[in-house]
Design a protein around this ligand. Structure first.
Ligand code: KG4
Ligand code: ZN
Length: 333
């Protein structure tokens, strides 16, 4: 079965073709970073308009790269939420209309399920059951995954997501948008031990997170420093260490609590090299997507949709999206 996947939940248009027999056949991504950079964050209306411009040419390109035509597609998967409503509507409308015209099934995919399954695109994939750490710009969650489609929340952020904390802290330090990867790059030049920020909520039991206080600690440290580039790098390093330590401590707890032997890490912050290195020291086998599939992409949506369609998922031909959609509401297809 060949599935076309379409991702348009935020500021990247992603398209991919996934075969249940041969795996990922091709994928294309258009990032809107330049479009939103001058505003310092994603402008939802601009995002929707750009998805409209990009998605059809991306579909053409993706099919061409895989040497396929629309007639070869057996099903279409699109991100139905969570995300920006206009952006989601764009992908949903194109996907549903194409599926209607081709008389093939379409399935709305949960964006975070897509992230969570992204490591299954790799040559040495995890096997169910596992624990998953989802760390993106909008979510920070630890989830127990006994099987495909069944998600039990172990803990989540009570305020900012880890990626959001990276982005906001980067902004406070005067870095460009998107701040997360730039802050991580700057931290490489930072020296360890000159600043130390709290590891929030690690003194309490459980797997919940809180990252909103860290940006204040960072800002205060910056304002009290001599504000040289080296200070900035040292503070960035201390911030990154605090986030990475906190995530690692909670992952260790989640592994101990569930007895699972595998940890899957997904979402944009999963691209962070310090996090990848530190999680690898945990007493579990750790799985990451390749770097380009940590952040938003069409491949993870094509894969998640293909697995659901292969499991018999049937949905009415209605264009419907859910800007807010708890992962825990999903069930197996
Ligand atoms: O999963 P994603 O592409 O989009 C959402 O679904 O939110 O994640 C984007 C987030 C942003 O907050 C970005 O700053 C963060 O992931 N991010 C990073 C790195 N690369 C992306 N954060 C820390 N270190 C990185 N290397
Ligand atoms: Zn995402």
């Amino acid at each position: 079965m060949i599935t076309l996947g379409i991702e348009t939940s935020c500021d990247e248009s992603g398209v991919a073709v996934y075969s249940t027999k041969q795996g990922l056949l091709s994928h294309q991504l258009f990032s809107q970073i330049k479009l939103h950079a001058e505003y310092g964050g994603v402008v939802p209306e601009l995002a929707s308009r750009d998805h409209i411009r990009r998605v059809l040419p991306l579909i053409k390109q993706t099919l061409k790269e895989a040497d396929l035509t629309l007639a070869d597609i057996d099903g279409i998967a699109y991100t139905a939420g969570p995300g920006l409503i206009g952006a989601l509507m764009t992908g949903a409308s194109i996907a549903r209309s194409l599926a209607w015209g081709l008389n093939i099934p379409a399935v709305g995919v949960h964006h975070m399920e897509g992230h969570l399954l992204a490591p299954l695109l790799e040559p040495n994939p995890p096997q169910f059951p596992f624990v998953a750490l989802l760390v993106s710009g909008g979510h920070t969650m630890l989830v127990d995954v006994p099987r495909l489609g069944e998600y039990h929340l172990l803990g989540e952020s009570v305020d900012d997501a880890a990626g959001e904390a990276f982005d906001k802290t980067a902004k406070l330090l005067g870095l460009d948008y998107p701040g997360g990867p730039l802050l991580a790059k700057l931290a490489l030049q930072g020296r360890s031990g000159l600043y130390r920020f709290p590891r929030p909520m690690t003194d309490r039991p459980g797997c919940d997170f809180s990252f909103s206080g860290l940006k204040t600690s960072t800002l205060t440290a910056w304002q009290n420093s001599t504000q040289t580039e080296q200070d900035k790098a040292d503070i960035a390093r201390a911030f990154e260490e605090a986030v990475v330590d906190t995530l690692t401590i909670k992952c260790r707890r989640a592994i101990e609590q569930t007895g699972r032997k595998q940890l899957v890490v997904a979402g944009g912050v999963g691209a962070n090299q310090r996090l990848r290195a530190q999680l690898a020291t945990l007493p579990a086998q750790v799985f990451f997507p390749r770097l380009e599939f940590c952040t938003d992409n069409g491949a993870m949506i094509a894969l998640a949709g293909a697995l659901r369609l292969a499991a018999g998922a049937m949905e009415p031909p209605i264009i419907q999206v859910r800007p807010r959609w708890p992962l825990m509401e999903l069930s197996a297809a």
